[in-house]
Write a protein that binds this ligand. Sequence first.
Ligand SMILES: Cc1cc2nc3c(=O)[nH]c(=O)nc-3n(C[C@H](O)[C@H](O)[C@H](O)COP(=O)(O)OP(=O)(O)OC[C@H]3O[C@@H](n4cnc5c(N)ncnc54)[C@H](O)[C@@H]3O)c2cc1C
Length: 378
Amino acid sequence: MSAHQIVVIGSSFAGNLITANLLKDIIPATSGKTFKVIQIAPTDEFYFKIGAPRTLINPQSLPLEKSLVSVLPHFEKYGAEKYQFIKAFVKSIEPASKTLKLSTGEEVKYDSLIIASGTIFNNNLWSTARGSEPLRAELAELHKKLPEAKTIVIGGGGPAGIETAGELGDLYGSKKDITLYSGAKQLLNALGNKNMGTDAESRLVKQGIKVVHGIQITSQRSEGGKDVIELSNGETKTVDIYIGAVGDKPSTDFVPTEWLNEKKFVKADGKTMRVEGAPGVYAYGSAASYSNGSIMDVFMAKKAFIETLKNDLAGKEPASRTNNVYKKVQSDMQFVPIGSTQGVGIAFGWKIPSFMVRMAKAKDFMIGQFPKYLEGTA
Ligand SMILES: Cc1cc2nc3c(=O)[nH]c(=O)nc-3n(C[C@H](O)[C@H](O)[C@H](O)COP(=O)(O)OP(=O)(O)OC[C@H]3O[C@@H](n4cnc5c(N)ncnc54)[C@H](O)[C@@H]3O)c2cc1C
């Protein structure tokens, strides 16, 4: 009897956490069938992008060797009959024949399919969506330019932009001309509690960072080793370094349009991770419509997703259920380090003091949590 093939697309927080749980717990607990997990991604290296602001700006403190690690030693130990990694981009899915077409020309059949392909940015600093080679190359270029750079612009007033500005503020303060364009009315504009953005701004300003609101960066090009950026107010600026930290989109070009919503997220039931109208297909993490892009929609949804997979892989009816469904936290949740000694934070709508943000996240960006996604314990 041939093995039931569970294909996982993606090798980041969502793809790795569920692969670890499939191999460690779900498959051993499912009797009567044999299973094989096939994981497909453009790189076997898992990027700890949560710490990326520090890896970008202060690599002595958080080097890439610590925040980009191969998943293979963690999963290949289960044996080739149980696990296979294919280094490729998924190019298309044919639901009728349950077949994936890959960038390598290969075709892969699935019995169950987990789409965990996350999001993609314009640049390659924040993800491995185009593989890890472009990430290494862009990072090396940034690290070469950074010490001598005089003018630095960051685009994006969300956590990634603020954290990057905070790292620059810690290292260089007003020794360099550093400007953050929020592109909105204020920093952390997506949060309900608007004091968070005001607090973040005053901390950045004290570090020597300029913060500008209401203007977006509309395009960027490289010219003679510098970055030329166009602004929504019609201005053009030439700066030594531009870091765009905004505008990621779901990496779902390969997904059938009937499985996508209008914003190109995979339409998944937020309680069970099942994809609407596609039995045996699931979407997990930031590519899925139930997620708002936060890592909480990975680790807090894990229990519900495991329950779903245990049920469906055992061949039970995918009935609606009330136990172990994912209940999304609706109140503000955000920890934003501003350099290594301070930050702003809010949990379940309650503001967290700066010293707690420092202890919980700013000192090391929670790198200690990283292995848990490969061990399945996050
Ligand atoms: C700088 C930064 C800091 C962050 N900090 C926080 C934080 O502090 N707290 C928080 O809650 N969230 C944070 N986030 C968000 C968090 O990183 C996401 O929630 C998380 O990455 C989602 O994981 P994922 O596995 O769903 O997707 P991703 O991490 O985007 O991974 C997608 C995976 O799919 C692969 N892939 C993509 N396209 C294809 C394809 N066509 N074929 C095959 N494979 C493909 C990619 O290579 C990758 O392996 C941060 C994000 C950034 C950028």
